[in-house]
Design a protein around this ligand. Sequence first.
Ligand SMILES: [Zn+2]
Ligand SMILES: [Zn+2]
Length: 122
Amino acid sequence: MNVQTELDPEHIAISKSSGIKIDWRDGHHSDYTLAYLRDECPCATCTGAHGTQPQKTNYFKQELFPMYKPSIKMNSVEEVGQYAVRIHWNDGHSTGIYSFDHLRKICPCPVCRAKRETEPLA
Ligand SMILES: [Zn+2]
Ligand SMILES: [Zn+2]
């Protein structure tokens, strides 16, 4: 399968200490901080997909209060096929597979944020 859509990343820059930046084929640009990515982990444990209590982290919120310095970092990032990355976090968590589709949906830029508020994710 090698279907490219305009929502594919054109370029991905990964920094283990600061986060992921993606330039999309449609010209959109996304900049994810580590704390944000960790909180948006799409795995079943974090989202409660198996009917269990979601184990959401809130590193991003902590980041807003500098007295609680978050210490979240990526130990490594693996590419999963052509469509996703898997992040190994320094808190021991590594089950989250971040598809580009998911990443685009959680883009933290003001435009996408405003869009999500008017059309919430199902
Ligand atoms: Zn997770
Ligand atoms: Zn965006």
